[in-house]
Design a protein around this ligand. Sequence first.
Ligand SMILES: [Zn+2]
Length: 136
Amino acid sequence: MKRPLPTATSQSFFDAAAAGRLSFPRCPGCGAWQSYPRPYCPVCLGDDLELVAIAGTGTVHAATVVHRAIVAAFAEQIPYIHALVDLDEGIRVASMIIDCPPEVVRPGLPVAAVIDLPPDETDGPSTPLILFRPRL
Ligand SMILES: [Zn+2]
């Protein structure tokens, strides 16, 4: 699977994940969590977002099973479960559900984050992915 490349804004997010630390940006000015690395807080326009550790647990908000490769980067994953996950901290993130039969995924399913490291660094810079699997 082709993975996203880090940017100046997202480098620290991916570095933390590569080191096994689950963390998401939060605005110290207003406390708003961000669902992905960004340079400014969309609530108060603060530009000093900080990475804060999260528990990595949450529930599925919505999910769909993708059977057709709309994005070539995910063609090898077909079929896969694309989902919106509500983290316990109140962050809604888009990701994939792994280790889960498609007929099992449903809104409210408890999930836990998994850091999926790039398999081979020799192909150039790459990033870990934050995926989710059902929580027993
Ligand atoms: Zn803010």
